[in-house]
Design a protein around this ligand. Sequence first.
Ligand code: NAP
Length: 323
Amino acid sequence: MTSSDIDVRNVTIIGSGPAGLTAAIYTARASLEPLVIEGEPSSTGDQPGGQLMLTTEVENFPGFPEGIMGPELMLNCRAQAARFGAELKTEKVSRVDLSSRPFGIWVGDPEVADPTYRSHAIIISTGAKALMLDQENEQRLIGRGVSTCATCDGFFFRDADIAVIGGGDSAMEEANFLTKFARSVTVIHRRDSLRASQIMEDRARANPKVSFLWDTTVTDVLGDQTVTGVALENVKTGETGTLDVTGVFVAIGHRPNTDLFKGQLEMKDNGYLVTDGKSTRTNVEGVFACGDVQDDVYRQAVTAAGSGCAAAIDAERWLEDQH
Ligand code: NAP
């Protein structure tokens, strides 16, 4: 391939969750003919359509008074982007070169000299992954009692007994939030002291519906069609047992999907991309970031979609200034 054969795009969107697809809808309607590299399913949890493809009903996305299934919402967004001319490719980006413009984007073998695409602007919307225990039954029961998002799914656990796994701020926040619905919330933590900030810990300890199981790991999630309990092991004594719960919220942290951009884009200590103020601009001119990959605070589908819109507008204005 000669470098003149390389496909040069106005704007390429990497990632296809609510942020990426909203950016695709907006840039397509602005006649920028965006290319969306939507990713490929993988055993490590990569998923075109993002985290909503792994959820069941979404009740808090505005516009759907009866709720909508997560995968259906994302397929609708995808169809909407395609309707306005976005080109969607089910491929995975293996390498980017942001050192000169038009930027280089590789899919497939990252070692080949020439990139697969070049693009004047890039919108990064590669999202984040909720960390999980990586146990077979935990994975099988996602959306059937196992969740990683109390804000999304807590409502479905009215009067239920729930376990929250983890000892950080997320676990405390989820535990407190879940007591709005649940009868009881048991925080299961692998050590005898929390990682959470003092104020979050105090709040959880003061909540009469929250109790703690210390030095304990969840060795299995129990249940055939839906969750009925968890199997436990005390890491100090080796004692095993079970706890009857119908909900298991795994709150052991998130990891942004930013490995591709290491050494090229500014990141926070926790790996999230840094954007400039209220904009979606990264430290490299022409590269914009939106959605969970740059948001370690809100992490909601609707906030991701909102920032996808902002990224599209930022990219469109930047391209206009360039030409
Ligand atoms: P985190 O601080 O990394 O805490 C993760 C917790 O999960 C830790 O207690 C850890 O145990 C436990 N854990 C990790 N892997 C595990 C495994 N395989 N099995 C069992 N337990 C495991 O993550 P986070 O709570 O999501 O917080 C991330 C960041 O966001 C933090 O900086 C936090 O302050 C911030 N945050 C802030 C707020 C707020 O202020 N409102 C809310 C949420 C998050 P160990 O303690 O033993 O390592």
